[in-house]
Write a protein of this length. Structure first.
Lengths: 294, 318
């Protein structure tokens, strides 16, 4: 992989998990925003180079991932299978590039792997594989799979008397899958306060707006009715995300509805359904990088 | 002789009883073993397990997709889940979860399909599980075991608990006699030859093994020597035993309590046509079943001694 022409664009330094957990909140938000900005560039370059990827959702979810990996999750790239690690599951597995990007930056995988994303025999497939990529807990991709697995993790932690927590990031469109509500019902019934579901609420699914397709609202009420504590935050406000992810448990599973913008950070991609999995051409990539470098 | 099994051994068993007893026994030795079910404590015979280990029985309610995902998560968290549910709902309802969350993710979850085949008789084809073998056989990385009797059921449960791979156990409700010779352990991936013969081989699985043995007795009376193979592991299949049977007997009948499209018969045929082609007859369920109890339905689809004898004679006349 080292001979790939795209190895060079990813020379970033590793930022270990929880690097910004202990810093003052004013600095934390700034530092996380810097990580997000650099990772947005990596996402764009990776997708442009590979010629495929789900760019809009990658850009909407990356602030959530930056906050989790660099300030919240107790995970260790040197011991990715440590029994007492926090579990992180990206249920919206099609946004694998955002996950690979944060895993590379956090030191779970070499940055050079990104240059071979989706190439023949690459460990980085279009959807994440837990047997090939350290830091991946479940092979997601088909929608509505992550939360049930997360519920099982949360039950396991409770049965073990362990303090590790489980975080599942879901797309909003995938909430149309019934399996999520089976899992939501079970988590509410069992008062799994060690479980956090984060909804990347960018309001767009592949074909159109969620509310024009199979409406989710009133979304917060739905989760409350299933026995969850619900917090709604700006999904691009790192400090708001941090506070939501670290708030003291209150005897219920927590749903953080993170209001986001699909394609966030690139003017011509923002809130545009066609950028669900469109690939930028050279000119568009250059413009996007310029915008993110301002 | 309609029900060959009854002539082989007078004592008949529900394999769910042996399954639950062995699971409870193992749970005493290994605190990581948990049972997961979908409101199926009774139908999976888990009452005793629940009484002894109430905290280790995770009943997710009637929600099979969540049940499989939860099991993957429990495995991720260090437990050994035995997922116990009626086979049609365990497999058909949650097939994508079995593929992605268990097999592709590689979580060593033990899927325990209860009351498979035509066991639910009068409840009809919605409750029959005759498609599960082809469905699951299509998924890579999943070991499929169909125990033929209580002895094999216990062996399979013990093996699965430590195998560290995704497993499907097909646990019969239809009563069967013991067919495993005393002292013959279940060897996963290896078929058991229960009777030698040189004219035709009958390869059977699960409920059908006892019936195949009865058919061999009937065939012997008319001078046909039938070899009887218990193919308790359907995936990965024992190619060597199949090739040897094809070479040495020249004719093969397969018989299973499942559809003939894609299950045991197809698995055997895939080996035979590529390695040593010989004439075959595939016996199994051929359509959605009419109304009737399980014994009626097994006879209806000729999944009995007479049906096996007829198929063997048909091959001999070719």
């Amino acid at each position: 992989m080292s001979d790939s022409p795209m190895t060079q664009p990813f020379p970033f330094a590793v930022v270990p998990p929880q690097t910004f957990a202990a810093v003052p909140s004013s600095q934390r938000a700034q530092m996380l925003a810097l990580q997000s900005r650099e990772m947005r560039k990596t996402i764009l370059q990776t997708i442009a180079h590979a010629g495929l990827g789900h760019i809009g959702g990658d850009l909407s979810v990356i602030d959530i991932l930056a906050t989790l990996f660099f300030a919240v999750l107790r995970v260790d790239p040197d011991h990715p299978q440590a029994p007492d690690r926090d579990r992180f599951i990206l249920s919206k597995g099609h946004c694998a590039v955002s996950l690979y990007t944060v895993l590379a930056r956090a030191g779970f995988i070499p940055g050079a792997w990104l240059a071979d994303f989706a190439k023949p025999m690459s460990p980085l497939s279009g959807h994440p594989n837990r047997n090939k990529v350290p830091g991946v807990e479940s092979c997601t991709g088909p929608l509505g799979h992550g939360l049930p697995v997360g519920v099982g993790c949360a039950i396991a932690a409770r049965m073990s008397g362990a303090s590790w927590r489980t975080f599942v990031v879901l797309g909003d469109g995938e909430l149309q899958e019934g399996s999520n509500w089976e899992a939501a019902m079970a988590a509410g019934h069992r008062h799994l306060s060690n479980l956090v579901a984060v909804i990347d609420r960018n309001r767009l699914q592949m074909g159109a707006r969620t509310e024009d397709t199979n409406g989710l609202e009133p979304l917060a009420d739905k989760w409350r009715a299933f026995g969850w504590a619900v917090m709604e935050v700006d999904g691009h406000d790192h400090e708001a995300l941090y506070q939501a992810f670290t708030a003291a448990p209150d005897g219920k599973p927590r749903c953080v509805i993170a209001n986001t913008v699909k394609g966030k950070g690139v003017s011509f991609m923002e809130d545009r359904a066609e950028w669900h999995h469109k690939v930028p051409n050279a000119g568009q990539l250059e413009q996007a990088i310029v915008e993110l470098s301002k | 002789m309609k029900d060959g099994a009854s002539s082989h051994d007078s004592q008949m068993f529900d394999c769910r009883v042996a399954f639950a007893d062995e699971l409870t026994h193992l749970a005493r030795e290994n605190e990581k073993i948990v049972a997961v079910c979908n409101d199926s404590v009774g139908s999976s015979n888990l009452g005793a397990f629940q009484k002894e280990f109430p905290d280790r029985l995770i009943n997710v309610g009637i929600a099979e997709q969540n049940m499989i995902g939860v099991s993957a998560g429990l495995s991720n968290g260090g437990f050994i889940p035995f997922v116990c549910a009626a086979t049609p709902f365990l497999t058909g309802r949650a097939l994508e979860q079995i593929k992605a969350d268990i097999a592709y993710s590689g979580y060593p979850v033990v899927l325990c399909g209860m009351s498979p085949g035509l066991a639910y008789g009068e409840l009809g084809p919605t409750h029959h599980s005759v498609e599960d073998l082809p469905w699951l056989r299509a998924i890579a990385g999943l070991t499929l075991i169909v125990p033929a009797d209580p002895t094999q059921t216990r062996d399979a449960v013990r093996w699965a608990a430590t195998a560290n791979v995704p497993v499907f156990l097909r646990i019969g409700r239809t009563k069967v006699p013991e067919v495993t010779p005393r002292g013959m352990p279940l060897r996963v991936g290896q078929a058991d030859q229960l009777r030698d013969g040189s004219d035709v081989t009958v390869i059977a699985t699960g409920v059908m093994v006892a019936r195949a043995l009865a058919a061999a007795e009937a065939l012997a009376k008319i001078g046909i020597k039938a070899r009887i193979i218990n193919m308790s592991t359907v995936q990965p299949i024992d190619k060597e035993t199949i090739i040897r049977a094809a070479r040495e007997t020249g004719r093969i009948v397969t018989v299973e309590e499942a559809v003939v499209r894609g299950g045991l018969g197809s698995a055997v045929a895939e080996v035979v046509v590529q390695e040593h082609p010989v004439p075959m007859r595939l016996l199994g369920v051929t359509d959605f079943a009419p109304t009737g109890n399980v014994e009626f339905l097994l006879d209806y689809f000729k999944l009995n001694s007479d049906g096996i004898v007829g198929a063997a004679i048909d091959l001999m006349r070719r």
